[in-house]
Design a protein around this ligand. Structure first.
Ligand code: TRP
Length: 340
């Protein structure tokens, strides 16, 4: 049997998904799975064991994990397609077991050089940062290598971890024979996925920065859980400029350009507004499109119940467990833990 190339990505559990996440990460993945399942296998998993490398509220982790999967279902991820798997990392024990084995072949110095660890450990208490935070790139390598994934869409903050994954896979292959498929190098990942992975939606109040949740007032960010009316008001309050004629130019007029992008994203036609001198009608049109989208999204979200989600997870987790267990078995043989 020919196996399909695997596209794999980890979706961190997150309760506050917003339009920035939707446009930049969720939609491209959902679109791609919709179009390419059949030619590729898609593994979308929630790295829930990664969730407490820094302190979190453990009481809400389980619920957040399910809620995140529901969001992807509402966004249209074809979860019932045979080539689309959605699973929780913690439900496939091989992730943890392979991590231990790989840890013993990983150099202390190589982990110490990870810039994300340096940044995050400073923020979370220096010497009191957890060993889990330090070792987490090894778990990430196991996430990828267990499934022989070749394509892993990574943001800039993850490129070093992907390079490490290639390094440790190569090291193990050199010592023990062909155990692992190496994920493609970062450059090829960018070629495969396109460097513009989705739209980078900006903060509505400060359109020079991207829309992310570090906005104390929440006014510049539209959350997927915002009532459509609230979203409409936020768009009315969006920062624009005083240049008069509507045009697309991110360097000089990020506010207007962002509104045009939002309009396009939700099915409107920016051409209708280019050259117009009034901003009100543009804001109104964007407000309507976004409000319609949210109403629709939220009703789909309501229709996905936890039972259905749990069933989808259980099926994928059984399939993932089988694949991962086989790969782990080979590794256990190679390192001398099994005789057959
Ligand atoms: N580290 C990734 C992040 O912080 C999430 C992640 C965990 C991941 N394991 C992965 C991504 C494996 C891709 C492949 O966003």
């Amino acid at each position: 049997m020919m196996t399909k190339p695997v596209i794999l990505t980890g979706i961190r559990a997150n309760n506050d998904l917003h339009l920035g996440n939707y446009a930049g990460a969720m939609l491209p993945m959902v679109d791609m799975a919709g179009k390419q399942a059949g030619d590729y296998q898609f593994n979308f998993f929630v790295p829930d064991l990664h969730s407490f490398t820094t302190p979190i509220d453990h009481d809400s982790l389980y619920g957040q994990t399910l809620a995140t999967v529901r969001m992807y279902a509402a966004a249209g991820l074809p979860m019932d397609h045979g080539d689309v798997h959605v699973y929780r990392q913690s439900r496939v024990p091989a992730h943890s077991e392979l991590t231990w084995i790989l840890s013993c072949f990983t150099y202390f110095g190589e982990m110490s050089r990870m810039t994300q660890f340096k940044d995050k450990s400073q923020k979370t208490g220096g010497d009191n940062a957890s060993v889990g935070l330090f070792a987490y790139p090894i778990l990430m390598a196991a996430d990828i290598l267990l499934y022989g994934a070749e394509y892993v869409p990574v943001g800039d903050d993850q490129t070093q971890h992907l390079e490490f994954t290639r390094d440790i896979a190569d090291r193990m292959n050199n010592q023990f024979g062909q155990l692992f498929t190496l994920p493609k190098p970062v450059k090829e990942q960018h070629q495969f996925f396109g460097t513009e992975q989705g739209l980078r939606i900006r903060n509505l109040i400060d359109p020079t920065r991207k829309m992310d949740k570090s906005d104390e007032t929440g006014k510049g960010v539209i959350f997927l859980s915002d009532p459509p009316e609230t979203a409409r008001k936020k768009i009315t309050g969006a920062t624009t400029d005083s240049l008069g004629e509507i045009g697309y130019d991110y360097s000089r007029r990020p506010g207007i350009s962002n509104l045009l992008d939002l309009l396009w994203l939700f099915g409107g036609d920016p051409e209708e507004f280019k050259g117009a001198t009034q901003y009100g009608p543009l804001k109104q049109a964007v407000g309507e499109k976004v409000a319609d989208f949210l109403a629709d999204f939220q009703s789909r979200l309501e229709q996905t119940d936890d039972e259905t989600i749990k069933n989808v997870l259980a099926d994928s987790e059984a399939a993932a467990d089988e694949t991962a267990r086989q790969r782990l078995h080979q590794v256990q043989q190679a390192v001398g833990l099994r005789d057959n």
